[in-house]
Design a protein around this ligand. Structure first.
Ligand SMILES: CC(C)(COP(=O)(O)OP(=O)(O)OC[C@H]1O[C@@H](n2cnc3c(N)ncnc32)[C@H](O)[C@@H]1OP(=O)(O)O)[C@@H](O)C(=O)NCCC(=O)NCCS
Length: 178
């Protein structure tokens, strides 16, 4: 299945234009470069541990997703010539045991955090996943990660919370129709 969702452009209050779209194979080099610029804290929060290198083939996997079992979208800042600079990625992996559920993860480049890009990306992904039948999202996170909890509360309602270990928990959300 190919994700033919058209890109959308959203303007932040400061005038910055963001384009959101499914990732494509040509995005792989930007994924590698973007990871290199993530702070230790952002890597820790995204991957739940200190990660020096991306897992092997990670950039290939997220830029060749099948768009049904694995849905991966990115957000980019547009310059005045409409050229993109990728600043974030979010994905959902469908649960093979319960296809209505999926595991959500997201990262926004440090210098763009807290500007609204995560919310723009998550809203777009949520609309897509409601359309393809993944209304239940599981997110594994440090339980003090208020930012991702605010993001997810914007698109869904928390239905359960399980403490796993050393500050990490799994929160399950049910997406609300837009
Ligand atoms: C979590 C993350 C994706 C949020 O993206 P973002 O672009 O910074 O978020 P936004 O600017 O769209 O803000 C979304 C909400 O989070 C809140 N928020 C953002 N950063 C915050 C922070 N550091 N502390 C508390 N709340 C924060 C915003 O106020 C907003 O809430 P509101 O709508 O109620 O005002 C980003 O901080 C990030 O990449 N963190 C590191 C990786 C990570 O934690 N991934 C999640 C693992 S599942």
């Amino acid at each position: 299945m190919t994700d033919t969702s058209p890109p959308t452009v959203t303007q932040l209050p400061d005038g910055t234009r963001l384009r959101v779209r499914p990732l494509a194979p040509a995005d792989a080099p930007q994924i590698l470069e973007g990871f290199e610029h993530l702070s230790q804290e952002t890597r820790r929060r995204r991957f739940l541990g200190a990660l020096k290198h991306l897992p092997p083939n990670h950039e290939h996997a997220i830029t060749h997703a099948d768009a049904f079992q694995h849905v991966v979208w990115g957000v980019a800042v547009l310059d005045e010539l409409d050229r993109e600079k990728g600043i974030g990625v979010a994905h959902v992996i469908r649960d093979p045991a319960d296809p209505t559920r999926g595991e959500f993860a997201i990262v926004i480049a440090d210098e763009w955090q807290h500007h609204g890009a995560g919310k723009v990306l998550t809203r777009a992904l949520a609309a897509r996943l409601l359309a393809i039948g993944i209304p239940i999202w599981t997110a594994t996170m440090y339980l003090d990660n208020r930012a991702v909890q605010r993001l997810l509360a914007d698109v869904g309602d928390e239905i359960s919370r399980t403490v796993l270990s050393s500050g990490v928990g799994e929160i399950i959300y049910r997406l609300r129709p837009p």
